[in-house]
Design a protein around this ligand. Structure first.
Ligand SMILES: [Fe+2]
Length: 303
């Protein structure tokens, strides 16, 4: 065997960070939450010191943290004046409760390589039912015991991988319209709200929702899949938690985003439109029309 081919095998083994069962994956992907195993615990890029160094390299607008008296309990944000830098907050996480969010870490080449190794393992399993993987992104979440991420949904397919500590994820069926009305998803994609990118993903939570939740505890070495738009809330159970999130969109979710945006406008006329995936004719018409209108509006704004 040549040195080049043996190097390729070593690289392939190093890149095989996830343990995935293809038939279980095919049965559950984008339908319900499920567990997977990974071999990333102890990965040098996912130690606190490496994450602190990453926070120094990332642009400030990709960092959100909270480390003051209520460190674990307040949402991380970048607007609040902190007495500790993001890097120092990360380095003192074992001694002082905090929450830290590093957004779009794929902007940093070593982390992009890691994200691609992980998503390259997932992509062949999604290709058949959800072709056209696009907009790959990765995030790191650090938190302390009892930190709570409130009920919300996300616009991407997600695999949350627990690197250190434990969390419990409460997740709901993405098609359960009692907990997440289609109109809430429509308004997100139509950009309605003070911050169209984030604010209106947070949803009103009601106690009775808990009876319908899937409870998915997750310890280091495990990961959980989040279907597109599956509402969820997350509780940190351990003193220190490190989680890596790898996300992507697909051709289907891109069309769905346009249909949801168009549907928000249609609802204003008292019409209940079909949700994405229910009518091929509506999906094509609404997505093409909405894309065209958005393009025209942005051209008008620019001129
Ligand atoms: Fe989320």
């Amino acid at each position: 065997m040549s040195v080049a081919s043996s190097n390729r095998i070593v690289e392939a083994i190093q890149a095989a960070h996830l343990s995935l069962d293809p038939s279980m994956f095919a049965e559950n992907f984008d339908k319900r939450g499920f567990h997977l195993d990974h071999q990333l615990a102890g990965h040098p890029l996912l130690e606190l010191s490496a994450i602190a160094a990453l926070s120094r390299r990332l642009p400030a607008n990709l960092l959100e943290w909270n480390a003051e008296r209520d460190g674990a309990f307040t949402k991380p944000n970048k607007l609040h004046p902190h007495h500790l830098s993001c890097a120092d907050t990360i380095l003192s996480l074992e001694r002082q409760p905090a929450r830290v969010l590093l957004l779009s870490i794929e902007n940093d080449p070593p982390y992009k390589k890691l994200m691609d190794e992980l998503l390259d393992q997932i992509e062949p399993l999604t290709r058949r039912s959800h072709p056209g993987m696009t907009q790959r992104q990765a995030f790191i979440f650090l938190s302390s015991k009892a930190a709570y991420t409130p009920f919300h949904f996300d616009p991407d397919y997600n695999f949350l991988l627990q690197i250190r500590g434990q969390k419990t994820i409460f997740m709901w069926d993405p098609l359960d319209r009692y907990v997440l009305p289609a109109s809430a998803i429509d308004s997100y994609y139509a950009g309605v709200g003070s911050n169209p990118l984030y604010a209106n993903r947070d949803q009103k939570y009601r106690e009775e929702f808990m009876q319908r939740a899937w409870r998915l505890p997750m310890r280091a070495g495990q990961g959980v899949h989040f279907p597109l738009h599956a509402p969820h809330a997350v509780m940190t159970e351990s003193d220190v938690s490190i989680s890596l999130s790898i996300t992507f969109r697909t051709a289907r979710s891109q069309v769905g985003a346009m249909v949801h945006g168009a549907n928000w406008h249609v609802r204003r006329f008292g019409i209940t439109p079909p949700e994405p995936g229910r009518s091929r004719v509506w999906d094509i018409g609404a997505s093409v029309g909405y894309r065209g209108v958005r393009k025209a509006v942005s051209l008008l704004k620019r001129s």
